[in-house]
Design a protein around this ligand. Structure first.
Ligand code: 13P
Ligand code: SF4
Length: 389
């Protein structure tokens, strides 16, 4: 019997199937309730400048290093996720914190600021695929398994900043700590002073790279917990004996760099220095010359001698900005195929103008709020990070 394909009827789901319409879940914030200016508006820079000037000290704009140039020019402070968390906590007088970054960063800013301050993410679709890889029910299931095996009490949960507020809340409730790529080693040392093993969420690569390359653990001390498999795909013995239980999550941008990207650039550019972010795979980090957070990458390039060559394995907006700022050095993207972080790129000038002009008109748009109970526990884990020795 042959069946003929029939175009689905005109429902929201059918339109999505056909690649049309908007997905109410993944495209949150795309349809702005106000007037989103068209990207072709030649006055966008002037409009953002005027709105920001009208708001004065009432607004403080934070910009992550992976943001577009058109946005970063309006940031009062730029930084990696650790620096931006500290900056948000250090601005009690700003009524509005406008976060040009991604959702988990804005959540952390809301947790670290006072109740009367408002945190705004210009486009709610600026999420993070890595953060989405660890959902609270999955993590709770993993923790219950550790409890059944009698090892939860000797396990310290550590979550990368790149996780949702409820994961940070879980970690705070269970005696753990948040870390970023600039303090992961200190966070792990802190955790191993308190327990025999660490449950590291959600970035397997940062966890493995820090444990093996900085803490001197054996690769065999690390096991990979897959939330999509029963028991994480691990035996009870593996879970009991592991020192690092790595969550199976990764960054879709940094995960693209491969060992052949490193080998290829070394062949092509003799004497090149390979500088990568610790979200890259283990084999990339071990083949690189230097590894560190985005702030570290920037400092390395700034301190590099004129004429030196650098292949940088991190997000493209930052690499391009570094190349433009240092024309006396040869700075290139580590991979031949260029790749932005698509969610970081959601924040563009039209969304920034829209969010600022709405504030001028007395309307708060795209406010990010974390419920008080989650915020309380997440704050414990974030404060612990900020207090790390
Ligand atoms: P850092 O800002 O901590 O270097 O992390 C990079 C990143 O992927 C942010 O999303
Ligand atoms: Fe998430 Fe990676 Fe983008 Fe950072 S660069 S926001 S970790 S997807």
């Amino acid at each position: 019997m042959t069946s003929t394909w029939v175009e689905p009827s005109n429902t929201a789901a059918a339109l999505l199937l056909l690649g049309r319409g908007t997905d109410p879940d993944s495209e949150r914030g795309v349809d702005c309730p106000g007037e989103l200016p068209p990207p072709s508006d030649p006055n966008l820079v002037a409009r953002a400048t005027a709105a920001k000037a009208k708001l004065g000290q009432r607004v403080f704009v934070l910009g992550h290093h992976y943001q577009r140039d058109e946005v970063i020019q309006f940031a009062d402070v730029t930084g990696d996720s650790f620096k931006l968390a500290r900056e948000a906590a250090a601005r009690p007088d700003a009524e509005y914190i406008l976060f040009c970054g991604v959702h988990f960063m804005a959540e952390s800013a809301d947790i670290l600021t006072s109740e009367k301050q408002r945190v705004i993410l210009p486009d709610l679709a600026a999420g993070c695929s890595m953060a989405d890889m660890a959902a609270l029910p999955q993590v709770e299931t993993a923790w219950e398994l550790l409890e059944e095996l009698g090892v939860a009490g000797s396990t310290v949960p550590v979550t990368y900043m790149n996780s949702s507020a409820d994961i940070k809340g879980f970690v705070g409730r269970n005696g753990g700590v948040v870390c970023t790529s600039s303090n992961a080693e200190r966070a792990l040392r802190w955790a191993f002073e308190r327990g025999q093993r660490v449950l590291f969420l959600p970035d397997q690569h940062l966890g493995r790279n820090t444990a093996v390359l900085e803490m001197g653990l054996d690769a065999d001390d690390c096991v990979l917990y897959d939330p999509h498999k029963p028991g994480g795909g691990l035996t009870a013995q593996q879970l009991r004996e592991a020192k690092m239980i790595l969550w199976r999550g990764h960054c879709s941008v940094h995960g693209r760099f491969t060992l052949s990207s490193v080998n290829e650039v070394r062949m092509r550019v003799p004497g090149v220095n390979v500088l990568v972010h610790p979200e890259c795979r283990y084999e990339v980090v071990t083949a690189a010359d230097y590894v560190g957070s985005t702030e570290y990458i920037i400092k390395m390039i700034e301190a590099a001698p004129a004429g030196s060559a650098w292949a940088v394995g991190t997000e493209l907006n930052l690499v391009r900005r570094l190349a433009n700022a240092h024309p006396d050095k040869q700075i290139m993207f580590l991979d031949r195929a260029v790749c932005y972080c698509s969610t970081m790129n959601r924040i563009d000038l039209p969304h920034l103008v829209w969010a600022l002009e709405e504030l001028v008109a007395g309307r708060i748009v795209n406010q990010i709020t974390v419920d008080p109970d989650t915020a309380h526990h997440a704050r414990v884990a974030l404060d612990q990070m900020l207090a790390l020795p």
